[in-house]
Design a protein around this ligand. Structure first.
Ligand code: AMP
Length: 448
């Protein structure tokens, strides 16, 4: 299968092959023809499947086959949950559309609104936006969405998790009734289904398997360790194996900050990336991480969600996620596009149940590696994880080289709630388009 066989124009195929893609991924092979025909689509696909090109390429082509005259209005609107994802999608639009006379713009909050207003005065064919800032523009009447022909909701489940449903509905209310709607979501919860019901007309339903299900390229390991010694073990692993480009997941923003600080003190360059950081700081952290200047990026689930770094060699679960599905999202950051990756989980006694849930979800036992000198102390008792961080990473744990003494007897802090408003997404909410599934094509992930 080639991109031109899918019906894409020479300009688009040229841009795609310059990007180095030889073959469409399964989601691309299925979604592109549907979108080109003008139908609505519900895509069950997470980041890493090639879904961005899956909707961007046909979207560009649709706009090209129906050119407008006069001042070009905004004709395509892509909504994304995070600024990073907005930036990445817009970059893809620009890249794949580089031989086409179309203009795109990204729009998100946390930055000055005035340059955006100025840009909106010029030509914008495709707008990639996060819902909050778009709503600001709508309220200020600085954006006109009355001629949008194609709407894309990217990572709709995350948008709902992050509490954007009302913002999305307000945006939908100002769009023309006649339009093409594309909704992408990694999970199909009831909430997503009801959003889709109100939005999509006779949608094709395309689902690709979660990447890890068949992805043998990700080597997963569990490192048992006491909660107070996780930092020391992480430093040990990074130094011992000379790991670079390590994406480390913590449960909370606070945990990400503290861990980054600790690693820096220990001579490992690290930065935290999460929603409390300014856009400039996030962009800088990401750029330095991509270039290899920054060895470790500490991230929460939400912050990491939009990061598109291909061939990321190491993902570390400093703490296991509360929701087993998030484990799958996390390790999906590694071993992308056919390259090998390692996903290491530092697991303390408190996390036994979380590990069990994960193993049940992925239907396999993760091999255990015991690092000598870091054997868990059998006298340490499990403590409940109180919807927040473990004490061991929360800034008041002891650092490297501490005696293996177990817990210090301090009361546990409640910590911050799970990152991302509304956090507690039920596990197992994804799957084969449960419930109404008009047309269901299935395929096995990237097939590579
Ligand atoms: P996405 O799921 O859109 O975030 O894409 C995941 C990664 O796969 C990105 O780094 C893309 O650049 C890459 N990618 C997308 N389509 C293809 C393709 N057809 N062949 C190889 N890599 C691709």
């Amino acid at each position: 299968m080639t991109f031109s066989a899918l019906g894409l124009s020479a300009e688009i195929v040229r841009a795609v092959s310059e990007r180095g893609y030889t073959e469409p991924t399964p989601i691309q092979a299925q979604a592109i023809p549907v979108i080109l025909k003008g139908g609505d689509l519900m895509g069950g696909a997470q980041t890493g499947t090639g879904k961005t090109a899956g909707f961007t390429l046909p979207l560009l082509q649709r706009l090209m086959t129906k050119p407008v005259t006069g001042k070009a209005p905004i004709r395509a609107l892509v909504l994304t949950p995070t600024r990073e994802l907005a930036a990445q999608v817009e970059e893809s639009v620009r890249e794949y559309g580089k031989y086409l006379p179309l203009r795109s713009m990204m729009m998100f909050g946390g930055v000055n609104i005035n340059p955006q207003i100025k840009q909106l005065h010029g030509r914008v064919d495709i707008l990639v936006a996060t819902p909050g800032r778009l709503l600001d523009h709508l309220q200020q009447k600085t954006v006109d969405l009355s001629r949008v022909e194609i709407l894309v909701l990217d990572e709709a489940d995350r948008m709902l998790d992050m509490g954007f449903i009302r913002d999305i509905k307000r945006v939908l209310a100002v769009l023309p009734k006649q339009r093409q709607n594309l909704l992408f979501s990694a999970t199909f919860s009831d909430e997503i289904k009801s959003l889709a019901d109100g939005l999509l007309t006779n949608p094709a339903l395309i689902e690709v398997a979660r990447r890890n299900q068949a992805n043998e390229l990700i080597e997963q390991r569990v490192y048992p360790v006491d909660r107070e010694r996780k930092r020391a073990l992480l430093t040990h692993l990074i130094k011992e194996h000379n790991w670079f480009q390590v994406l480390v997941f913590t449960r909370t923003k606070h945990g990400a900050n503290n861990l980054a600080e600790y690693l820096n003190k220990d001579g490992i360059t690290a930065m935290a990336i999460h929603g409390n950081k300014s856009q400039a700081a996030r962009t800088r952290a990401l750029a330095e991480f991509k270039s290899g200047k920054l060895q470790v990026l500490c991230a929460t689930d939400i912050a990491a969600r939009g990061i598109d770094i291909s061939e990321l060699p190491h993902v570390v679960n400093y703490e296991l996620p509360n929701v087993a599905e998030d484990y799958v999202h996390r390790i999906g950051r590694t071993g992308r596009a056919g390259s090998e990756g390692e996903a290491s989980s530092l697991v303390c006694i408190d996390e036994k149940k979380l590990l069990h849930d994960i193993e049940r979800l992925i239907k396999r036992e993760i091999p255990v590696v015991q690092v000598p000198g870091f054997e868990p102390d059998p006298r340490i008792k499990a403590e409940p994880i109180l919807n927040g961080q473990n004490r061991g990473q929360g800034g008041h744990g002891q650092g490297r080289g501490q005696p293996r003494s177990g817990h210090s007897g301090q009361p546990r802090t409640g910590g911050a709630p799970r990152t991302g408003a509304g956090g507690g997404k039920p596990a197992g909410g994804h799957g084969a388009g449960r419930g109404a599934a008009p047309v269901l094509h299935r395929s096995g992930g990237r097939g590579r």
